[in-house]
Write a protein that binds this ligand. Structure first.
Ligand code: ACO
Length: 295
């Protein structure tokens, strides 16, 4: 991804970590106000490209969102290309999220794992090992293993990537958009797992996290699962906060992910019997597994 300015001047390292401050490296943006402007342009452009690649209706990554959320964005550049001005190869956005998850036995567990929230490698750089390079950098930087992370509605390519590079194939069925794999619940220290009672003082817990990629669609809500959904445009609600189960929602992919997303989002607000939840969880899991065959 080329820009009309020198990428190597802005991002000094091959991998740059950006956070809320939008400062690349340890340079002060007050010294070079133009740097900040360029960084904003790069992040917004990457966010748009990622959304397009994932068929999302709205980008889930932008400079303004990064400023308002405690996320880490790893940006990878290629130094040599674009006549020595460098090109941006892609990015990986991660962050901690409080999630209600179901373990293998279907017990609700509260956890706050590091989550992969957005991941994109520019089309002409894909399948050349750049994704692995970026992902490995992030793992090393956070001293993490892929199995201890949660994945926010991973795309078929990403599921294939996780299976190929990290042997993550067996997901544990969930009723929200996040995917966790076998082994996640074994490490209690890192995942900070906690069993949660089914009843809270203020009512039943809602495991259906309203997350950045989720969509609340009136049309879908009207249809009780498992009736098929019409292929209609998705309506999205923009996200404001990153670390809450009850605020904000996000664009969804269309049309590939509509079925799995809607199976969750479409029923999020209505009470479900445990049996229905189990059925739905199993269905989400098999959908995720079938995505692995995507090429
Ligand atoms: N079809 C199927 N699998 C693919 C594809 C594809 N078109 N592209 C990459 N992969 C998987 C395969 O397992 C592939 O191995 P193979 O070529 O031996 O079959 C492996 O990824 C390649 O590994 P890398 O080269 O290290 O990864 P890459 O640089 O291609 O980056 C990524 C992977 C980020 C998933 C990239 O393909 C991409 O940007 N895709 C479009 C956007 C996207 O789907 N992002 C994930 C969103 S979900 C989320 O962020 C939680």
């Amino acid at each position: 991804m080329a820009f009309p300015f020198d990428i190597n001047q802005i991002f000094l390292e091959r991998v740059t970590l950006l956070d809320q401050t939008l400062v690349a490296g340890n340079r002060k943006s007050t010294e070079r106000p133009d740097l900040l402007e360029h960084i904003v342009t790069v992040i917004d452009e990457l966010g748009r490209a990622s959304a397009k690649a994932q068929q999302l209706t709205t980008p889930i990554t932008s400079a303004s969102k990064l400023q308002s959320q405690k996320h880490q964005l790893y940006l990878l550049k290629d130094v040599e290309s674009h006549r020595g001005h460098g090109m941006v190869v892609g990015f990986l956005k991660v962050g901690y999220k409080k999630l209600f998850l179901l373990d293998r036995q279907g017990v609700h567990i509260e956890a706050e794992p590091m989550c992969v929230l957005d991941f994109y490698i520019a089309e002409n750089f894909q399948r050349h090992g750049y994704g692995s390079e970026l992902f490995d950098f992030m793992l090393q930087h956070n001293n993490l293993e892929p199995v201890l992370m949660a994945y926010d509605r991973p795309s078929p390519k990403f599921l294939s990537f996780l299976a190929k590079k990290y042997w993550l194939t067996q997901s544990v069925p969930q009723v929200n958009n996040f995917v966790v794999f076998e082994g996640f619940f074994l490490n209690k220290t890192v995942a900070q797992l906690r069993k949660v009672p089914l009843k809270k003082p203020d009512g039943e817990i809602k495991p259906y996290a309203v997350m950045e990629r989720e969509v609340v669609n009136q049309e879908q809500r009207a249809l009780p699962w498992p009736f098929p959904l019409p292929h209609s445009p998705q309506r999205s609600v923009s996200s404001q906060s990153s670390n809450s189960l009850s605020v904000g929602s996000s664009p969804s992919r269309v049309p590939l992910q509509v079925t799995s997303a809607s199976a969750v989002a479409g029923n999020r607000d209505s009470p479900q019997s445990p049996l229905t939840e189990r059925c739905r969880a199993r269905r989400t899991s098999s959908l995720n597994r079938s995505k692995l065959g995507f090429h």
